[in-house]
Write a protein that binds this ligand. Structure first.
Ligand SMILES: [Zn+2]
Length: 252
């Protein structure tokens, strides 16, 4: 069994026995992994309180070759996810981030850039003071969709490739995976009409690869959230469980 070292974000912890836990980690080097952490509940142990939801840690694990659980042997805390306790919204946003990484990534399919964006987002959510969560999360979602190859086509017609003229309302084909021009739209199923302004907002966030930016001159409307929620639900095969707690992401 090879010994591996990685940077990791703790996505899920499930008790396995009185002393052990099964942990799901999103690692920078290997993508998602599932590992058994023996003695995770002991006060003094090899994990030194690093195994907590959304913690960033440096980990050492033994990689199982036969598809079983890996064995976590060490975890060293790098950053604890601890949003200010007077406000639940950064906490919910963090749980949502964990749910997306769990649902949208595969085991041993590394996405180092996505790891970096997630780590940065968690740092920002833990910050004291007012954090503008709505743009931060939309930016994370857009980056995740882009880096995993699922970004909807927002610039050209998804059918014919013609650039989309933003005037009045624009047709967005939910099952086509992007905007549709007037010629290609007839006969398509699951098409919603979105305001040009909403498409501009989506385009702005899809082009923006850094999530430390200032908020753009657009509000994140219910319509914008609707397009993103639908894209993500489609990929997950269900609505995110955190969805009902995320009404605060709508800015209008
Ligand atoms: Zn077209």
């Amino acid at each position: 069994m090879p010994i591996e070292k990685a940077h990791a974000i703790v996505l899920r912890l499930v008790d396995f026995s009185e002393t052990s836990q099964v942990v799901t980690l999103f690692t920078r080097e290997f993508g998602k992994i599932g590992a058994l952490a023996k003695g995770a509940h002991r006060q003094k142990g090899p994990f030194d309180s690093a195994l907590d939801l959304l913690t960033l840690a440096r980990v050492v694990f033994l990689r199982k070759s036969s598809g079983g659980l890996d064995l976590l042997t060490e975890a060293k805390l790098e950053h604890r996810f601890r949003p200010p306790d007077h406000d639940l919204t950064p906490l919910f946003a963090g749980y949502y981030l964990a749910e997306l990484l769990l649902g949208l990534t595969d085991e041993y399919d590394p996405h180092p850039e996505l790891f970096d964006v997630a780590a940065k987002t968690l740092h920002t959510l833990s910050r004291e003071g007012k954090v503008n969560i709505s743009p931060l999360i939309l930016s994370f979602e857009m980056n995740a969709l882009r880096l995993l190859g699922h970004l909807p086509n927002l610039e050209q017609c998804v059918e014919c490739g013609k650039p989309i003229a933003i005037e009045g309302y624009v047709a967005f084909g939910q099952s086509s995976g992007g905007v549709l021009c007037r010629r290609c739209r007839p006969g398509k199923k699951h098409v919603s009409q979105i305001r040009g302004e909403s498409l501009k907002t989506l385009q702005w966030y899809s082009r923006c690869e850094d999530n430390s930016h200032q908020a753009p001159p657009y509000l994140i409307s219910g319509e914008v959230r609707g397009v993103i929620n639908h894209s993500i639900s489609h990929l997950l095969g269900r609505e995110p469980r955190m969805q009902k707690h995320l009404q605060f992401l709508i800015q209008d």
